[in-house]
Design a protein around this ligand. Structure first.
Ligand code: TPP
Length: 638
């Protein structure tokens, strides 16, 4: 294969012959693998085939070093075209083609129904339509920030472009002048329910041109024509290629039939198609091999994701006994300090029109080239920020809790699947948002994040713990969600009046902090309710109830060791500015349900939608004030 890196102005005639033959064989392989699996998406795979073949054969992406730094990137957003992607990548020696054909969609196989980024040549696991362009933009700005000069191509379906997130993404690409980005839409005019124009008309050309993109149209099956527009020469703005294609291209009875978007051929249809293509029918052998694969699985060819971290934590800031400040200000200061400590490796910071409130404004002022303002485009921001971390950057995205997780759960789920390395810092969590009311109360985040195995959740108790948690997240692997309220909080103190999270304190993920020892009852508190729990313990102490108080800053990570400690108590009370059905108390209940002889558990927290009002009053309405907590505990002890 003569890889041109798209430098030469046209393809050589030998290369055209070779690619034609590759696509011809690939059409047969798409049909075989989907028929073997009796499922999958042959139609779009056959319409996108020439695009895939040209990109992976010509771009600066090498099968022997698929993760090489500085490579071009090819992102496939319509991940259901996996048979087409596997047929091309296998033919180009990125992995074993035969294994892909035989094991497609088989439990345990690397060749899943939708493409997986652990396979060589694939940058993004996709399948939730509409996120590929945002993901590619994240990688583009990370590469640019790392001084890499490359090109990024994204391929998507035309039905897929009905999705709103794509509008957000194209505006961002224009604002940040991503002239090394090419978006190719496979314009086969069909989707599951039929003609795209009937399902939901979209004027792609007008919409992209209005957003400042260059738009070109071409025949998506003509290798020479397609090569010319895929070639980035003279490109000075993001380019959209509308590639006119035919669903099911190459097999007469499949062409232009939406039925074949997501249906495999049966054995008779396959026979007919292979005869028409002039390709050998070896299905009997393939069926036999597929059966063996089930019982005799070969070693996985998955590669472990590579993470990029900040090296230095910087100098922690310790707030004194007298300090009364909000956690979000401590976060903003820790961010600048982290950046200052890593001048050659600055993090990227994303904002959705809330920098002043979420306290990233100071970073923005000091490091404007690393700060990205997306406006009110949270879906795009969540995917972009997450996927920027797949391109050797550490990224922070800060937003109000309701937008940072409730609004964008699906985007985080795709980040989770892609094992990104994003640090989300959510302010205005719980009822503690100021008098904005229930639409702004983020009270389900612990439950939502518990459902994402690759996200870690931290709810710091005070500004000192916030400072250390932010430094920990920036220098540690994986996705983090750091949640905080809006109000000013006192610094948590030891019994002797000194600072609890003092200058020697280091944040350890999953560690519970014992603020007070006690033997009659244990209160487990989270975030801003820690101070309330401490005050409740004091009130209970007057009546000689010995109360232990624990701060649980990692509510989705309750260790067995800590559960053992709790077994000493008859009564355990959880206190949280969070919904009791999905929060800390609910997680603890699940843990305790696995054991016998466990303490009685009482969950104090948010039990109904809050109202507009001062956080103090809202806490009173939900029984979260220290006196109310003490009263509830006394009623349980009597
Ligand atoms: C967000 C989302 N909604 C719905 C689906 C289900 N789905 C899978 S493919 C598809 C149609 C896609 O049409 P198009 O982009 O034109 O792809 P083609 O038919 O050309 O393969 C739908 C609705 C999905 N995968 N993701």
């Amino acid at each position: 294969m003569e890889r041109t890196n798209f430098i030469s102005p046209s393809l050589s005639s030998t290369e055209v012959v070779r690619l034609k033959s590759l696509c011809h064989e690939a059409r047969g392989n798409i049909l075989k693998m989907t028929s073997l699996a009796a499922s999958g998406h042959p139609g779009g795979s056959m319409s996108s085939l020439e695009i895939f073949a040209l990109l992976w054969s010509q771009a600066k992406v090498n099968p022997s070093e698929p993760l090489k730094k500085g490579r071009d990137r090819i992102i496939v957003s319509h991940g259901h075209t996996s048979p087409g992607v596997y047929s091309v990548l296998g033919a180009l020696n990125f992995f074993d083609l035969h294994e892909a054909i035989v094991s497609f969609r088989l439990a345990g196989s690397d060749f899943e129904g939708h493409i997986e980024r652990h396979l060589p040549g694939i940058e993004l696991t996709s399948g939730n339509l509409g996120q590929g362009l945002s993901a590619a933009i994240g990688m583009a700005i990370a590469d640019r920030s790392n001084g890499i000069k490359n090109h990024i191509w994204v391929v998507a379906g035309d039905g897929e472009n009905q999705k709103g997130q794509i509008s957000e993404a194209r505006r961002f690409a224009n604002k940040y002048m991503l002239s090394n980005l090419t978006y190719i839409i496979d314009l086969n005019h069909l989707q599951i329910s039929g003609d795209t124009a009937d399902v939901m008309p979209v004027n792609l050309k007008a919409e992209f041109e209005a957003s400042g993109w260059e738009v070109v149209e071409t025949d998506g099956h003509d290798l020479n024509a397609l090569y010319k527009v895929l070639r980035p020469a003279n490109q000075n703005k993001p380019r959209l290629i509308l590639a006119r294609t035919v669903m099911g291209k190459g097999v007469s009875f499949m062409e232009n039939k939406s039925d074949f978007h997501g249906r495999a051929l049966n054995i008779q249809e396959l026979e007919k198609a292979l005869v028409e293509l002039g390709i050998e029918n070896n299905m009997e052998e393939l069926v036999a091999e597929r059966k063996v694969f089930l019982t005799n699985r070969p070693a996985s060819c998955r590669e472990k994701p590579e993470y990029h971290l900040l090296k230095n934590t910087g100098v922690p800031i310790t707030y004194s006994q007298e300090h009364k400040g909000d956690n979000r200000s401590a976060w903003g200061k820790a961010l600048v300090s982290l950046a200052d400590a890593n001048p050659d490796n600055l993090p990227l910071v994303f904002d959705c029109d809330l920098a002043g409130s979420v306290k990233t404004a100071e970073f923005a002022k000091k490091y404007p080239g690393h700060f990205f303002q997306t406006g009110i485009m949270e879906h795009h921001a969540a995917t972009m920020a997450g996927c920027s971390t797949l391109a050797d950057k550490v990224s922070f995205w800060s937003d109000f809790g309701v937008f940072a997780i409730d609004e964008t759960f699906n985007q985080h789920r795709l980040n989770d699947i892609n094992q990104t390395n994003l640090k989300v810092v959510a302010t205005h969590c719980g009822l503690d948002v100021g008098p904005d009311g229930k639409t702004h109360h983020c009270i389900k985040y612990v439950g939502l994040l518990r459902a994402l195995p690759n996200y870690r959740t931290i709810v710091p108790a005070d500004p000192n713990q916030t400072d250390r948690a932010v430094r920990h997240a920036g220098t540690s692997q994986g996705n983090y969600f750091i949640a905080m309220g809006r109000s000013k909080l006192p610094v948590i103190l030891k019994e002797d009046g000194s600072v609890f999270f003092d200058k020697n304190y280091e944040f350890k993920y999953g560690k519970v902090d014992r603020f007070r020892a006690g033997k009659d009852v244990a209160i487990l508190a989270m975030g801003p309710t820690c101070e309330h729990a401490l005050q409740a313990a004091e009130i209970l102490g007057i009546g000689e109830v010995s109360t232990a108080v624990y701060g649980v800053s990692c509510p989705t990570e309750i260790s067995n060791e800590f559960i053992k400690e709790l077994m000493k108590f008859k009564q355990v009370i959880t206190v949280e500015d969070h919904d009791t059905e999905t929060g800390l108390g609910a997680g603890l209940a699940i843990k305790l349900s696995e054991l016998s002889g466990t303490p009685a558990l009482t969950r104090i927290g948010v039990t109904h939608y809050g109202m507009s009002g001062d956080a103090k009053d809202l806490y009173t309405l939900q029984g979260l004030q220290p006196e109310q907590i003490a009263e509830t505990i006394l009623s349980k002890l009597s």
